[in-house]
Structure formats: structure tokens, C-alpha cells
Design a protein around this ligand. Structure first.
Ligand SMILES: Nc1nc(=O)c2c([nH]1)NC[C@@H]1CN(c3ccc(C(=O)N[C@@H](CCC(=O)O)C(=O)O)cc3)C=[N+]21
Length: 303
């Protein structure tokens, strides 16, 4: 086999440079707006993987100058308590973004809570209004992980137009919005999922110019499933326990094997994860600016 060293789609480096831009934008606008952007991440229980993400988000927020209104609830929290928390954040003029960290314990109705977040503060892009805008290709808050993938592709001048894209996974958080964003960028999009046969997955994957696995199964995508020269963006997150009890993250892709076949590859860690955090900050800043503009025009209208 010829060794093609795939280009590394370095989400970590891009996220860092985006964060520098956000920091400058906030520093410029904050004196006019009179307060920093505010982001509330709501986490329930002790899911260790979620805790990593929440910690990364809080660190990134404080780095760029976004105020955190995060709350951590015990696993015993009730639906009503979370509803009250969301209602208070919806009404709080210092909060621009609200993110309900998923998954939630099974006694809670996650959908009802996501629907309760005001669409203008839906930093995760999961409210039906924002999902509907995505379906319609209208501007709106976009789901952070797939938006991060699109931003990463753009940075490396990878244009999905006319390409065959395969998304593996159809979750509301990643797979479905990912497929819609690739479609919006004029790719020919297929979606494989848990009911797709192994042989169909193989056929579809080997035809894909852009392959986006988002399943959470280590080793799902080996070099035999990748078209030579394809772009592979690993969105899977698998938390592996090391022999010494510590943990490391890996994705759906056999990175070393696939690197020899693909033309470009986004690793885990260091690829889509940091981009997700960056786009969450970007959504929060967008909401901050939009709400300020809305208020300003309302004030003018009242004169
Ligand atoms: N409502 C909601 N929105 C989400 O966007 C959401 C969620 N729930 N639930 C869980 C998943 C997972 N997720 C991650 C984001 C970034 C990293 C991340 O920062 N990863 C880094 C660092 C990993 C590390 O620190 O080891 C990396 O891949 O390089 C990981 C995981 C967001 N999610």
C-alpha cells in the first residue's frame, strides 16, 4: 500500500485562533453593550465525560471573556426544578446562551426541557425553531458539533459541493444536523445508522469523499472502509479506561490505519471536540450581539 500522509485537520489549533478572535470581538463590543456575554451550562449528575466537556467549556469561556452562569444539579433533581432554572435563565438579561448538557438521567424529559429554552438563547441549536431554520437553510443558531465540522472543513478549503458525503449516526445532536449542513453545502449526502447492514455501511463508506462517523464505537472505521483520498472527520467520542485507572479519549476511526488512506483526517482528541466548544462560544456571542441590536432598535422605536 502506498503511504499517503493525510493532512491533519487540526481542530485544536483552529479553535485556539477562533478563541483569540472572539476575545478581541468581545473586548471591542463590551464597552458598547455594557456587559459581557453570558453562558449557562446546565449539568445533571456525575457523567464523567460530560464533566470533561463542561470543564473545557468553562475554561474556554473565561479565556475569551464570557461570563459563566453554569449550574450543576444532583442526579435527584426534578423536572420542575430544572424548568424553574431554565425559566430564570430565559428571563435573565445577562444570559445569552443556555445549554442543557445531554444525556440526562432517564427520569427527566430532556425534550420538554430543550423546548423550554428560548430559541434566541439556544446556544446548542437544539430547539425546534432553530432545527427548523436549519432544515429551511435560514440563519439561526446551529448545533455546535456539526457547525464546528463545517468550519473545520472550510478552514482547510474542503468544499463539500458535488462530493459524496456519508454521515454515520443520526442523532439529533450530531448526525441529523450534520447531514443537513452538508446538504446545505451542496454535498450528495447519505446517512448510515444502526439499521444499516454492515455490507451497506461498507459500500456507502467506500464511496464517500467525505466520511463523518458520529457513533461512539472505537475502531468502527478502519482503512478498508475508506476511499483513497477521502476526507475523514471523526466525531465519535469513546472514553477508554487505561490499565492504571486513568482515562483517554478515542474516536470511531482507526487513526493510524486511516491516515495512510485518507487525504485529510480530524483526530480525536484535537479535532472536532475543541471546535464544538469554539462554536458554542460563537453562538453565545452571536446571541449577545443580536439581543443588544434588538433592544437598541426597540428603544429607538419607542422614541
Ligand atoms: N447539549 C449538549 N451539547 C453538546 O455539545 C454535548 C452534549 N450535550 N453532551 C456531550 C457531548 C460531547 N461533547 C464534547 C465537546 C467537546 C469535547 C472536547 O473538548 N474534546 C477535546 C478534549 C478532550 C479532553 O479533554 O480529553 C478533544 O477532543 O480534543 C468533548 C465532548 C459535547 N456534547
Amino acid at each position: 500500500m502506498t503511504d499517503i500522509a493525510a493532512r491533519l485537520l487540526d481542530g485544536k489549533a483552529l479553535a485556539r485562533s477562533l478563541q483569540n478572535e472572539y476575545k478581541k470581538r468581545i473586548a471591542t463590543l463590551e464597552p458598547k453593550i455594557g456587559r459581557p456575554p453570558g453562558l449557562a451550562v446546565l449539568m445533571v449528575g456525575e457523567n464523567p465525560a460530560s464533566a470533561v466537556y463542561v470543564r473545557n467549556k468553562e475554561r474556554a469561556s473565561s479565556k475569551v471573556g464570557i461570563a459563566s452562569f453554569g449550574q450543576h444539579f444532583p442526579v435527584t433533581v426534578t423536572q420542575t426544578e430544572l424548568e424553574v432554572a431554565i425559566d430564570l435563565l430565559n428571563a435573565d438579561d445577562c444570559v445569552d446562551g443556555i445549554l442543557l448538557q445531554l444525556p440526562l438521567p432517564s427520569h427527566l424529559d430532556a425534550t420538554a426541557l430543550l423546548y423550554r429554552i428560548r430559541p434566541e438563547k439556544d446556544a446548542d441549536g437544539l430547539h425546534p425553531v432553530n432545527l427548523g431554520r436549519l432544515v429551511r437553510s435560514e440563519p439561526g443558531l446551529r448545533s455546535c458539533t456539526p457547525a464546528g465540522v463545517m468550519r473545520l472543513l472550510a478552514e482547510y478549503d474542503i468544499d463539500p459541493a458535488g462530493k459524496r458525503a456519508l454521515v454515520v449516526g443520526r442523532s439529533i445532536l450530531v448526525g441529523k444536523p450534520m447531514a443537513l449542513m452538508l446538504l446545505e453545502a451542496n454535498a450528495s449526502v447519505a446517512i448510515a445508522h444502526s439499521h444499516t447492514s454492515a455490507s451497506d455501511l461498507c459500500d456507502l463508506a467506500r464511496k464517500a469523499d467525505i466520511l463523518v462517523p458520529a457513533v461512539g464505537k472505537a475502531g468502527l472505521i478502519g482503512p478498508e472502509l475508506v476511499k483513497p483520498g477521502a476526507v475523514v472527520v471523526d466525531v465519535g467520542i469513546v472514553r477508554v479506561t487505561n490499565p492504571d485507572g486513568s482515562h483517554h479519549l478515542t474516536g470511531d476511526v482507526d487513526f493510524d490505519g486511516v491516515s495512510r488512506v485518507a487525504s485529510a483526517i480530524a483526530p480525536v482528541p484535537g479535532g472536532v471536540g475543541p471546535m464544538t466548544v469554539a462554536l458554542l462560544l460563537e453562538n453565545t456571542i452571536t446571541s449577545w450581539v443580536t439581543s443588544w441590536e434588538r433592544r437598541r432598535s426597540e428603544a429607538h422605536a419607542a422614541l
